[in-house]
Ligand binder design. Structure first.
Ligand code: GDP
Ligand code: IMO
Ligand code: MG
Length: 433
């Protein structure tokens, strides 16, 4: 058993999709376990770029069981568009399956997300406006629709009778927004029931049980990142699901005793999209330089990403709450042309000089914290063609060693460019006995 979770260990966009795609060639089953089309996952193979939102990033290989788990939320239009585009590009989707327990993002979830974000009265989170918070709220409040509900007319009718009157009242009275008739929603559900039909995996329990019994290799793909986790992230500036390693168990239906490795994907620096605290953020020309060289603009929304130095305090916290066993460091090539690099090793409270080596989870005090940095020499060499650790310049190896030492877990994968091939795998979790 070498089942492995790929989890974002910052605020998302760490390069999870690249690592998932890379490891998927050695796996039998690939499961997306949480999030929805707020995710923007980029895979580059031989100069061809694929951007996934809902579909697992392992789908480019034939004959892998690619599963969208119960912990996800599915926006029907995005699913349709994404599958159509992939089919047009010749990708074989015959092994793509959706859990009947996944929750559906309905049109009013998108409406509410947009209105809340634009409202002056509510805390601005800077969401992707993909209806994520409202869909998960309804799921937890038991006002959601699951994929399986689409195929039972009686149940669907009674669910809509229970949900719509309340939802319409809220849409009208609270959000001053358009309402939805039952006929309209039934038509919508019927249309997408047919679109989802070939993908719905009714025998998922048998499939996953058999995979485990036969010792198949399972790869779990996280979306977002640990610092966006609803429980452990910088609340309320978070997403509405659990990207942490533990989320792989709850979101996939494969329990925690079947998980062996949790790879924390971590950029060689830090980025964040949307609002919320970011202690190592660089608002100067260095931040601008990282953004431009790193192409740090959102895959889903196109928004410029906020950039800053690597934060070892935050990474150590991610090791704890994410259950990380190892790191995959991505985008180290972005530093090819930097004279020096900084790494945050602790936070200093500007009020009393107190030093924090452990991440303080009360974000209200983050405005008083400033980073304590160690400085490293850059390598001023193009490393994007490096195929082994030995081919990396000494200063790049010193930097990586320091990250390992500060974070306390080993670096097992080093990514030196966006392409599948531009990766140094020091230890492949699926190649162990
Ligand atoms: P994800 O959401 O974690 O899957 O990451 P995104 O796809 O949103 O953003 C990562 C971006 O960095 C994508 O454009 C990738 O193609 C790119 N990328 C991934 N790894 C590397 C790397 O090692 N070097 C460079 N230069 N780009 C990378
Ligand atoms: P991937 O999987 C980066 C951020 C949004 C916002 C907050 C809440 O590509 O790493 P939401 O729409 O989820 O309610 O927004 O979370 N966010 C992401 N940031 N990468 C993502 O996904 C994100 N998904 C959501 O910017 O700050
Ligand atoms: Mg992304």
């Amino acid at each position: 058993m070498n089942n492995t979770v790929v989890v974002g260990a910052q605020w998302g966009d760490e390069g999870k999709a690249k690592i998932t795609d890379l490891l998927a060639q050695y796996a039998d089953v690939i499961i997306r376990y949480q999030g929805g089309c707020n995710a923007g996952h980029t895979v580059v193979v031989n100069n061809e770029t694929y951007k996934f939102h809902l579909i697992p990033s392992g789908v480019l290989y034939d004959n892998k069981f690619c599963f969208i788990g119960a912990g996800t939320v599915i926006h029907p239009e995005t699913f349709l568009k994404e599958t159509q585009e992939l089919i047009e590009r010749g990708v074989n989707l015959s092994s793509l399956k959706i859990s009947p327990l996944a929750t559906i993002t309905l049109p009013y979830h998108i409406d509410i997300d947009g209105i809340s974000e634009n409202s002056a009265k509510q805390v601005k989170i800077g969401t992707t406006k993909k209806g994520i918070g409202p869909t998960y709220s309804d799921k937890i409040g038991r006002y959601g629709l699951k994929i399986q509900d689409l195929y039972d007319e009686e149940l669907l009718n009674s669910r809509l009778d229970a949900i719509l009157p309340l939802k319409n009242k809220i849409l009208e009275k609270v959000y001053n927004s358009k309402t939805y008739s039952k006929e309209e929603m039934l038509d919508y559900c019927k249309k997408y029931a047919e679109i989802f039909r070939p993908y719905v995996c009714l025998d998922w329990v048998e499939k996953l049980s058999t995979a485990l019994k036969e010792d198949k290799k399972i790869l779990f793909e996280g979306a977002q990142g640990i610092m966006l986790d609803i429980d452990y992230g910088t609340y309320p500036f978070v997403t509405s699901s659990n990207p942490i390693g533990g989320g792989a168990a709850t979101g996939s239906g494969v329990g925690p005793t079947h998980i062996d490795n949790v790879i924390g994907v971590t950029k060689a620096y830090v980025t964040r999209v949307g609002e919320g605290p970011f202690i190592t953020e660089l608002t100067d020309e260095t931040g601008e330089k990282i953004r431009n060289i790193g192409g740090e603009f959102g895959t889903t929304t196109g928004r410029p990403r906020r950039c800053g130095w690597f934060d070892a305090v935050l990474s150590r916290y991610c090791v704890l709450v994410g259950g990380l066993t190892q790191m995959a460091i991505t985008k180290i090539d972005v530093f090819n042309d930097f004279d020096e690099l900084k790494v945050c090793v602790a936070y200093k409270d500007t009020r009393d000089g107190k030093i924090y080596k452990d991440y303080p989870t009360n974000i209200n005090m983050h405005k008083y914290l400033e980073p304590v940095y160690e400085t490293f020499k850059g390598w001023k060499t193009d490393i994007s063609g490096a195929k082994s650790l030995e081919e990396l310049p000494e200063n790049a190896r010193i930097y990586l060693n320091k990250l390992e030492e500060l974070v306390g877990i080993p670096v097992k994968i080093i990514s030196v460019g966006p392409d599948r091939e531009q990766t140094i795998i020091l230890d492949n979790p699926f190649k162990k006995k």
